[in-house]
Design a protein around this ligand. Structure first.
Ligand code: NVA
Length: 360
């Protein structure tokens, strides 16, 4: 039984949201080329862009447009009564090396969802599969220390080596009709926090370009018998993070990506959950997307079981949400999505008013 006054307390995606960390655009740098780049970038034609520009700052006009989006998002959250916290800005320009690799820049603190896995009263710093994001946790140290002082549990998963042995050499991403494969070996536990999504005592994880099965085993053993960690089968040529693929939105309501989820885990069917199939994204093809796909339309933030913040322009999903009984709140976010991720990626919830339960 958890103390109701825990400073860090989150068990699912939908209990009433009280406090959230929202990423910052300042200092964001084009991710440098590294082993995972071709495994995560959906559009082949962008690989040369990363080879040539990785490590440079994003053009100022793109940063300004992304900042405008994130400012609007913060405004909406605050207007809805949520406390918003921000990471520190840190120097993405610094080179660093470990005994196993050297890299010349970092990415920025745009996406807290990838770095910190918050489960119950616990903050877990994820063992991320990216060399360029190896020190991204530093942007959150100040906040983590504050939450720790106020009673949160705080651990770091084993820091990965990210040597050549962590990645399959000469990896080629699968084509649409091929069986799934990912770039990671099982050399060491790896996952980004966004490869995981919570649903009370059941936690769902998918293997990806930054999450391997050893990482999933680590998480299950670390969380212990109170939780069951389920691996979700996904089909994605460039898999990275579960929250544009498989998203338990509210008790009994699972949102799925129709291209990536072929088999909904039995546990949902047996418990009579509604399976909500995400409609086609509305984002025009002309809109530039440097890392992610248009399925960021699914990457929403729940304020509670009904209110959902969704990217403005995603009219198909907005209509579907209304039909499904939700109350969508629209936020301009396409320009942030161009260089980073969606609304869910840009946040990590720290406290929701609720207790640990089973929903199955
Ligand atoms: N890799 C996913 C985004 C995850 C938030 C996609 O590009 O669709």
């Amino acid at each position: 039984m958890k103390n109701k006054n825990q400073i860090v307390n989150t068990h699912n995606e939908w209990d009433p949201l009280e406090e959230i960390v929202v990423g910052v655009v300042e200092g964001a740098t084009i991710p440098p080329w590294e082993p995972v780049t071709p495994a995560v970038v959906h559009h082949e034609h962008l690989l040369d862009f990363y080879r040539q520009n990785g490590g440079q700052p994003w053009p100022q006009e793109m940063l300004d447009a992304a900042k405008k989006d994130i400012d609007e998002f913060v405004h909406i959250l605050e207007a809805e009564g949520v406390t918003v916290r921000r990471p520190s800005i840190y120097d993405t320009d610094k080179s660093f090396s470990t005994p196993d690799f050297e890299i010349h820049s970092s990415v920025g603190a745009l996406m807290p969802r990838d770095v910190l896995l918050i489960i119950g009263d616990q903050i877990i710093e994820a063992p991320m599969g990216w060399r360029s994001r190896f020190h991204e946790n530093h942007a959150y140290k100040k906040l983590c220390k504050e939450y720790f002082d106020k009673g949160a549990r705080w651990v770091s998963a084993p820091r990965p080596q990210l040597s050549e042995e962590s990645y399959k050499q000469n990896f080629v991403p699968p084509e649409e009709d091929e069986p799934m494969r990912t770039i990671l070996t099982e050399y060491e536990p790896l996952f980004d926090a966004a490869d995981v999504i919570k649903c009370g005592k059941d936690v769902f994880v998918a293997q990806s370009s930054c999450c391997n099965r050893t990482g999933i085993y680590w998480l299950q053993r670390h969380l212990g018998d109170t939780y069951t960690v389920h691996e979700v089968e996904v089909f994605d040529t460039h898999p990275m993070h579960i929250d544009a693929t498989f998203y338990p939105l509210a008790p009994g309501k699972l949102l799925i990506n129709p291209e990536r989820i072929k088999n909904v885990p039995d546990i949902f069917k047996k418990s009579g959950w509604d399976i909500l199939v995400c409609p086609e994204p509305n984002m025009p093809d002309s809109h530039p997307m440097y890392t992610c796909s248009k399925w960021l339309n699914m990457n929403v933030v729940m304020l509670d079981e009904e209110r959902v913040i969704v990217s403005k322009g995603e009219d198909n999903l907005i209509k579907a949400f209304k039909d499904w009984g939700f109350k969508p709140i629209e936020c301009n976010f396409y320009n942030f999505e161009s260089i980073a991720g969606g609304l869910h990626c840009a946040t990590v919830d720290i406290r929701r008013r609720g207790e640990l339960k089973s929903y199955f």
